[in-house]
Ligand binder design. Structure first.
Ligand code: SAH
Ligand code: SF4
Ligand code: F3S
Length: 451
């Protein structure tokens, strides 16, 4: 048997990148690569990058500087460390990466992961660097192996990639390309494999996941609401989620699934970005604040216990104090259980980056601090509101301390409690005893404690 080669993958960015990193490890497994916890001494290191905000490229080059030293140390011992840069910065920067970091062996974009074994073989055979940032005609999912390392109790399943919405500020349509939906049969087959490997909660992923419109087994096209109904009947599965959605792609069928499918968790990440109609128009979001509020009402009517999460950008070009006040108002009107918020960061090649009326950094930072204080207050209120309640928790793994297990609530809150590890993979009612800033403490209800 050939000795195992060690593969270390560094993952930055969204859940899609987490999923992609696992799939890259899967395609390399037949070549003898096994996962390693650290890059030191590894035979191959993949840096899976994100381009969404801030100084993404600079961060990549600084990390590559660190990896170069590890590569040199390995060479000094007579070994070879292959270095690959993947993900959205690889797609955006392409050859620039090899120009600035000539010690990199492979640069590959998110659409070409299935070609990784071929790229590795080319580098091993001929030396020199290779670059593959095509948007190939073939769908990479058709070429990825079925065999995949188990993900655990909570698993990700990518059903859609790319985005056609072209929000003014966003690089995703350029780095991930046009929207592509996987066929329903492929999604259902992958869900069955994940369940067989122990998954009890599946999160369907896509850059704009609710735009999914996949080919159905009968040749028609299904929307996400229908797909969720089909997945909900799979034996062994306890919970379903999906992320991330655009408000304009929230169909009646999908809202109805929130009403009819109890397994679809009552927690939805639905980014609104801003509460100002002027800014929403400048962002090319194609919805108003009132549209969003109406949607929230419809969703809460369908599923009264639904909790919401969102993304916000402050300081988009042209955002005034009044626009920002509208954002605060929307936050108060909706009441979020959780949210992410960011200062607008100009991305090269996007329309907003070249727009006049850029907002000064200090103004952005002040607005962000004010928004985050309000969001934190809402999150704390939501978490405290859970104390004293009995709610279902899916047990996902051992806790940090002996005798503890960890789980997650339906609202995606981490929950810690004392309990036996045999409960991992099952769901049961627990009593919430305390709310910490980012998690809950709980006790098992009596019958489970004695089980
Ligand atoms: N597809 C999702 C979001 C993808 S990016 C959606 O449509 O909502 C995740 C979040 O990063 C976005 O929701 C947005 O809030 C933030 N983001 C994207 N581009 C940004 C930029 N240029 N500056 C600051 N935040 C940005
Ligand atoms: Fe980016 Fe999301 Fe807008 Fe698509 S819908 S362009 S991924 S922010
Ligand atoms: Fe980042 Fe690309 Fe995801 S830019 S957020 S890794 S789609």
């Amino acid at each position: 048997m050939t000795p195992k080669k060690r593969l270390h993958v560094i993952t930055w960015g969204c859940q899609m990148n987490v999923y992609d990193s696992a799939r890259m490890a899967d395609v390399l497994a037949p070549l003898g690569y096994a996962p390693a916890d650290a890059p030191d001494g590894a035979d191959m290191v993949i840096l899976n990058t994100c381009h969404i905000r801030d100084k993404a490229a600079e961060k990549v080059f600084s990390e590559l500087g660190r990896l170069r030293r590890l590569k040199e140390a390995k060479a000094a011992e007579g070994g070879h460390m292959m270095l690959a840069v993947a993900g959205c910065v690889a797609q955006a920067e392409g050859a620039e990466i090899l120009a600035r970091a000539p010690f990199v062996d492979i640069v590959l974009g998110p659409q070409t992961y299935h070609r990784l074994p071929e790229l590795v073989a080319r580098v091993a055979r001929a030396g020199g660097a290779v670059i593959d940032t095509d948007f190939p005609a073939e769908q990479k999912f058709d070429f990825l192996p079925e065999a995949a390392a188990p993900q655990g109790v909570c698993a990700f399943l990518t059903i859609q990639e790319g985005c056609d919405r072209f929000c003014s500020f966003c690089v995703v349509p350029y780095t991930r390309g046009a929207e592509q939906s996987r066929p329903a049969a492929a999604v259902i087959a992958e869900a069955k494999r994940l369940i067989a490997q122990g998954a009890r909660e599946i999160t369907l992923l896509g850059q704009n996941v609710n735009a999914w419109h996949g080919q159905a087994p009968d040749g028609t096209t299904w929307g996400l609401g229908r797909l969720i109904r089909e997945l909900a009947v799979l034996p062994g599965l306890l919970r379903l989620r999906y992320a991330t959605s655009h408000p304009r792609d929230m169909t009646d069928e999908l809202i109805a699934a929130h009403r009819d499918v109890p397994m679809l968790m009552p927690f939805l990440h639905l980014p609104v970005q801003s509460g100002s109609d002027r800014v929403l128009a400048a962002m090319n979001r194609k919805h108003t604040a009132a549209d969003y509020l109406r949607l929230v009402d419809e969703l809460r009517t369908a599923r009264p216990d639904l909790a919401l999460s969102s993304d916000f950008i402050v300081g988009h070009p042209g955002e005034t104090e009044r626009d920002f006040a509208d954002t605060l108002k929307l936050v108060r009107d909706v009441g979020f259980a959780q949210a992410y918020s960011f200062c607008y960061s100009p991305r090269p090649g996007t329309p907003a980056a070249g727009a006049p009326q850029q907002v000064p950094d200090d103004v952005k930072r002040r607005r962000l601090a004010e928004l985050q204080a309000l969001l934190r207050e809402q999150q704390t209120r939501f978490n405290r509101g859970c104390v004293g309640l009995t709610m279902p928790v899916l047990f996902t793994g051992p806790g940090r301390h002996g005798g503890q297990i960890a789980g997650r609530s339906s609202f995606l809150q981490p929950v810690h409690l004392s309990g036996p590890v045999k409960l991992i993979g099952s769901e049961s009612e627990v009593r919430i005893t305390a709310a910490l800033p980012n998690s809950l403490s709980a006790t098992l209800t009596e019958e489970r404690a004695c089980a």
